[in-house]
Design a protein around this ligand. Structure first.
Ligand SMILES: C[S@@+](CC[C@H](N)C(=O)[O-])C[C@H]1O[C@@H](n2cnc3c(N)ncnc32)[C@H](O)[C@@H]1O
Length: 169
């Protein structure tokens, strides 16, 4: 997983696009009674889904026990795990939001993660993610760079740069 230096800065950033992240909610049918959030982080998405769909069972898995501890505070009614991902899901939507790129960057066993997701038995798998290619690397537009440096927390920029290289590219 990402080496996260400041968990609250990281989770504040993740929460910002929450409305986009629940894009799948109006696309699943009425038989779905469970949402299983794979890479649930601090549980913000589960919390929002629980508010919108109060009868939905809320399940979450994250490889980080630290995240799961925070999620348990945020969503006490959810079933949250950092080991033994669920299988044999029924009437469930599995959500994988911004997780595939982390699996590919850090997982010691990508196929194991893929099996956990695609062999979970979920009726729906909702994926939202982005990957970028080294071929698309070019100098950052100076105005965009200035906006990012002004807007973002320096810790977040350092964390990003430690893994991805300078934001000037
Ligand atoms: C970029 S965050 C996305 C969090 C949340 N899904 C969202 O969209 O706001 C990635 C999350 O995936 C978790 N993660 C990374 N690798 C994982 C893996 N192999 N299995 C499960 N969770 C993983 C991280 O701990 C982190 O909480």
């Amino acid at each position: 997983m990402t080496p996260i230096a400041n968990m609250s800065v990281y989770n504040d950033g993740m929460r910002k696009s929450m409305l986009d992240k629940i894009w799948f909610l109006d696309k699943i049918d009425g038989s779905i009674s469970t949402i299983y959030d794979y890479g649930c982080a601090d549980g913000s998405l589960l919390k929002m889904v629980g508010e919108i769909c109060p009868s939905m069972k809320l399940d979450g898995y994250d490889i980080s026990q630290e995240m799961i501890d925070i999620a348990k505070q945020n969503v006490p009614n959810a079933d949250l795990l950092s080991t033994d991902p669920k299988s044999n899901l029924h009437n469930a939507v599995l959500n994988a939001s911004s997780v595939f790129h982390e699996i590919h960057a850090y997982s010691p066993d990508v196929e194991w993660d893929y099996r956990n997701i695609f062999d979970s038995g979920a009726a729906y798998i909702a994926i939202r993610d982005m990957f970028y290619s080294k071929h698309s690397c070019h100098p950052t537009n100076p105005i965009s760079l200035a906006k990012v440096l002004q807007r973002e927390n320096p810790d977040k920029i350092s964390e990003f740069e430690a893994f991805n290289g300078g934001v000037d590219q």
